[in-house]
Design a protein around this ligand. Structure first.
Ligand code: 5AD
Length: 346
């Protein structure tokens, strides 16, 4: 089986049945260890032991969508909804800049009320911090609106495809939200010139290993700059409250596979992974991830931005948290750097 990992590293892809075969063996400790060894060396070729940080600013938890897995979906009446104003967002950037962040990620629900002021907010951040990248994560919009935000200065956009299988997509989302439109958005974003990030949850309800192989194949076709994956974690106020969380081992295995398939991609070790297991964040980094996205949102915002239960809140005392994160990374031989963290080409 190790030869399949070697082939994946050499060809950066595999036939579908071989991807499935590898995934079926994700609990094989020897295989996981070998994958870790290879994917770590691939990552080091491009990024050495450097870890990039992104400051996450959760600007609004209003959302028009009804994603069945997500704690802030429009149907959840128990959420205390909030929106940050421009000054609050700029204040978060100021704190972040002082701590060494050179990328700000503005993430929110699909809150159309904020659409009008968003280009101005993006332009103000770029004006104040011209050496920083602005990443947006605000869902499915028209091509024209994506263009407007790009023209205002946005550099990157995160939109996970969630699942590349049409039937699975329907099980996770209400009528009216289609995989087709999600994919249309991703290609529009790419075409406009954004650095694009996509990805999926591991262990979402009804997901099969075949679905995951199709996710890998879809991402290979899309060729994103960034790929975010994390375990599904149930949220008590959703239809999926009683479904089990995704597996740590499978998430790590997929991270390793993705590193081999996309050697210079920016791969975060996600908050969901850190929430699932105390060692999750470090294990993700050791498996080939090279990005961490600590929270810069004001405390009361992150408290109400619960996509899933027990989501780690790293926002309070951001400085102290960053220090402990730096220490944790040093302990395993990695170094958090002050850098925009763009894709490296050899
Ligand atoms: N568990 C894990 N990840 C989730 N997301 C949304 N809800 C959950 C959940 N319950 C992820 C989705 C989304 C991203 C912002 O968060 O993949 O794209």
């Amino acid at each position: 089986m190790k030869d399949l990992i070697d082939a994946l590293a050499a060809d950066r892809t595999l036939p579908r049945d071989e991807l499935i075969f590898l995934l079926k063996n994700h609990e094989n400790e020897g295989l996981l260890e070998y994958l870790r060894y290879i994917s770590d060396s691939v990552r080091r070729t491009y990024y050495s032991n450097k870890i990039f940080i992104r400051g996450l600013i959760e600007f609004s938890n209003y959302c028009r969508c009804g994603c069945r897995y997500c704690g802030i979906n429009a149907c959840n009446k128990n959420v205390l909804r909030y929106r940050l104003g421009k000054e609050e967002i700029l204040a978060s950037c100021r704190t972040g800049y002082g701590l060494g962040f050179r990328t700000f990620v503005l993430q929110g629900g699909e809150d159309v009320v904020m659409d009008k002021e968003m280009p101005d907010i993006v332009a103000s951040i770029k004006e104040n911090y011209p050496d920083c990248a602005v990443t947006l994560s605000l869902g499915e919009r028209s091509r024209d609106y994506y263009q407007e935000l790009f023209d205002a200065g946005a550099d990157r956009f995160l939109l996970r495809h969630e699942t590349a299988d049409k039937e699975h997509y329907v099980k996770l989302h209400p009528k009216g939200q289609t995989l087709e439109n999600r994919i249309r958005c991703l290609y529009d974003l790419k075409d406009i010139g954004y650095q694009v990030g996509s990805g999926f949850m591991v262990g979402s309800p009804y997901q099969t290993l075949e679905n995951l192989a199709d996710d890998l194949i879809f991402l290979k076709e899309l060729g994103p700059h960034m790929i975010g994956i994390g375990p599904f974690i149930p949220h008590h106020d959703t239809e999926f409250a009683n479904y089990p969380a995704g597996s740590l081992k499978l998430t790590l295995f997929l991270l390793g596979m993705l590193r081999l398939m996309h050697p210079n991609a920016l791969l975060p070790s996600t908050t969901a992974l850190a929430t699932l297991s105390e060692q999750g964040r470090s294990l993700g980094i050791q498996m080939g991830a090279n990005v961490i996205m600590p929270n810069l949102s004001p405390d009361n915002a992150s408290t109400n931005y619960q996509l899933y239960d027990n989501k780690l809140i790293t926002g309070s005392e951001a400085a102290k948290n960053l220090e402990s994160l730096k220490k944790k990374m040093n302990e395993i031989g990695f170094e958090i750097v002050t850098d925009r963290g763009d894709t490296k080409h050899l």
